[in-house]
Design a protein around this ligand. Structure first.
Ligand code: LMR
Length: 400
């Protein structure tokens, strides 16, 4: 019955890893997927995660029973606190419904399904460009996806006027997807003053903000600072949704651990929202997995482990910042034509290089460097050892 089935294309991001794995070259370099690597090019399991896992394994009172549909209660409370701040009035007033989900993507999808069922506006605005999975997550949930201007290719910075104009002409009530920090793929974030203007516009037009927070702690190295934009929106008493991922900041990629919080105006609304979220989750995957969320909860509730996490997180963020400087210096010393200052100005895991798809294809073919065709480089995949190879490839791509 499937004889005539067309072959689906590989995923534009995860497919890069598939191609990378097939390449036998010893000098190959995967800068596609946003996953942290050490200076040795190896995946990293944080020490604090190993420590939490040991505690969990040694605790024989633990079992593998199903956890509730909404996930672990501790994990949910601590996750809301992490993103909204320990003293958030919304938390103190019990106005936040938080459910444990399958990392950032799962949190976005549960949020999108909930909105498609219960929200009157069916249009969601996403940044142009954005993470390739965003439009699919929302469209498959039944929402209509539109874009708003965000990135200016000429300055390789924010197109702030375009953003204000597009959100200003969005229909009242429309959902607006915002990257909480470290915008993917561009690495370009609004300044605090610009965020404040965005907030005022969104509130004055009655738009509904939906934050994707996949990099808390990765942009600046500070968990609190990276949560500021979200907290700004919660402080005004209005509603918003937040999808959190622990893939990057705790290195729990494959554990698929994240949370969706819906901040409401009153406690009884939040409790009804939670009851409806259960109806979204139960037929989709019944209940979430236990292990990753237990690791997160163990770390977040222990003062020492939390502190250790902040140190390891800062080390990862600092290594990425140093890669930016090294790549910038390497291109400068080669006299590579063009202004590469955006490499040090952009933040988070990615640099949006400005290289076009032909140049990317050339770098893959000739230098075995793998990256997404939009010219995005995962700086977290780079090391001091591989910077010269990448700089050679970029130089060759732009001068040929
Ligand atoms: C990325 O953008 O590389 C990451 O968010 C990984 C993914 O799932 O695409």
């Amino acid at each position: 019955v499937f004889a005539n089935l067309a072959r689906a294309p590989e995923d534009p991001i995860l497919g890069v890893t598939v191609a990378f794995n097939k390449d036998p070259s010893p000098s190959k370099l995967n800068l596609g997927v946003g996953a942290y690597r050490t200076e040795e090019g190896k995946p990293l399991v944080l020490n604090v995660v190993r420590q939490a896992e040991k505690l969990l394994v040694n605790d024989i009172s633990r079992n593998k029973e199903y956890i509730p549909i909404v996930g672990l209660a501790d994990f949910n409370k601590l996750s809301a606190k992490l993103i909204l701040g320990a003293n958030s009035p919304a938390i103190q007033e019990n106005r936040v419904a938080t459910v444990q989900c399958l990392s950032g993507t799962g949190s976005l999808r549960v949020g999108a399904e909930f909105l498609a069922r219960h929200y009157h506006q069916r249009t969601v605005y996403i940044t142009q460009p954005t993470w390739g999975n965003h439009p699919k997550v929302f469209a498959l949930a039944g929402l209509s996806v539109k874009t708003y201007r965000y990135y200016d290719p000429t300055t390789r910075g924010l197109n702030f006027l375009g953003l204000l104009e597009d959100l200003g002409s969005a229909p009242s009530g429309a959902i607006v997807l915002l990257h909480a920090c470290a915008h993917n793929p561009t690495g370009v974030d609004p300044t605090p003053a610009q965020w404040e203007q965005i907030r005022q516009l969104i509130r004055s037009k009655g738009l509904l903000p939906f934050f994707d927070s996949a990099y808390q702690g990765f942009a600046s190295g500070s968990l609190d600072r990276d949560a500021e934009p979200v907290r700004m929106f919660v402080a005004d008493g209005g509603e918003c949704l937040v999808a959190q991922s622990y893939a990057k900041n705790l290195g729990l990629y494959g554990e698929r651990v994240g949370a969706l919080s819906i901040v409401c105006k009153a406690a009884d609304v939040a409790s009804r929202v939670e009851s409806q979220l259960k109806l979204v989750i139960r037929p989709m995957y019944s209940s979430p997995p236990i292990h990753g969320a237990s690791i997160v909860a163990t770390i977040l509730k222990d003062r020492n482990m939390y502190h250790q996490w902040t140190i390891e997180l800062k080390e990862m963020a600092d290594r990425i910042i140093s890669m930016r400087q090294q790549l910038f210096n390497a291109l400068k010393s080669r006299g590579t034509p063009g202004d590469w200052s955006h490499i040090i100005k952009q933040i988070g895991m990615f640099t949006f290089t400005g290289l076009n798809s032909k140049q990317v294809a050339f770098m893959t073919k000739e230098y075995h460097i793998y990256m997404t065709s939009d010219g995005r480089i995962s700086m977290a995949g780079l090391s001091s050892r591989t910077v010269p190879h990448l700089a050679d490839a970029i130089h060759a791509a732009v001068t040929r």
